[in-house]
Design a protein around this ligand. Sequence first.
Ligand SMILES: Nc1nc2c(ncn2[C@@H]2O[C@H](COP(=O)(O)OP(=O)(O)OP(=O)(O)O)[C@@H](O)[C@H]2O)c(=O)[nH]1
Length: 343
Amino acid sequence: MSLEKIPVTIITGFLGAGKTSLVRHLIENPAGRRLAVLVNEFGDLGVDGDILKGCADPSCPADSIVELTNGCLCCTVADEFVPTITALLARPEPPEHILIETSGLALPKPLLKAFEWPDLRTRITVDGVIAVADAEAVADGRFAPDLPAVAAQRNADESIDHDTPLGEVFEDQVACADIVILNKVDLVDAAGLAQARSTVQAESPRPVLVIETLEGRVDPRVVLGLGAAAEADLDARPSHHDSHAEHDHDDFETIVVTLPDHATVTEVVGKVEAIAREHGVLRAKGYVVVCGKPMRLLVQGVGTRVRAQFDRPWTSGEERVSRLVVIGQKGFDQAAVTAALQG
Ligand SMILES: Nc1nc2c(ncn2[C@@H]2O[C@H](COP(=O)(O)OP(=O)(O)OP(=O)(O)O)[C@@H](O)[C@H]2O)c(=O)[nH]1
């Protein structure tokens, strides 16, 4: 067995920023490395894993793409994370580089702490933390502090935290990153891009490399092989949750909605746009049956931006059913969202 530690790249970033797109690009352009991928997402539909397995490559075959859908990776370290990594390392041809795609709500720092686990720390190292950000969302100020709360409290208790739940997750992810990928450059103009860049720089406690991308396309040599050993550098990566050992995901809620078959793609897309517009849904994704079509429709909503494409035929052993994972902030009207999607 080699004494060299196997490098692991952690890919973080808010819901729908483009993490899976980046991982997919790296699988397709591995720069000579034999890769393995661990993907963690909310909801048990396994959409990301399915997308990634769809582009499996000899350098990263489908059985090297492992999905962990039982909740947050960093909260299931002993039960899920350690055994999964251990099994990957025990393969006859172990991976030369491991990519971990966290869920969009995950805080990367607790995951970094998992690398201190005795079984792991001598065998793997965190090569780098990459935070993917949606340039349009950042430019729009969707992760900005809650300004009315700041104003109301200005003369009161300075220690009160005025960040919105979205802001906190974004800040933690950027603060932990070695590189920030500003993705979706097609959705912003030059001024928006400059705004997004300066917001990222302002949130980062250290100088951070910011790279602009379309669909996560970046030269793998720029993001892999950083040698950051981030697990040994935790103090430089502040988190909102440093003061308490535990963290939770109570600020957000996830539901899975079963839908009827739809007559047209436009009808589905219209519904997903409407739940974002009217109920503040942050993310919706899953597969939908469109009447008369042998292919399944992959639907992806990020706020009111919705993409839908037929990705592959339904297979004979597969239940032809339409299901979407829907994520919103705590308290979103789940009954109304369900009714809107099922109506
Ligand atoms: N316009 C545009 N859309 C993009 C770009 N990159 C990704 N998308 C779309 O954004 C949606 C979300 O992309 P993903 O790569 O799944 O994002 P993610 O961060 O993995 O999402 P979660 O795992 O749910 O948090 C998909 O519909 C993508 O096709 C881009 O550069 N421009």
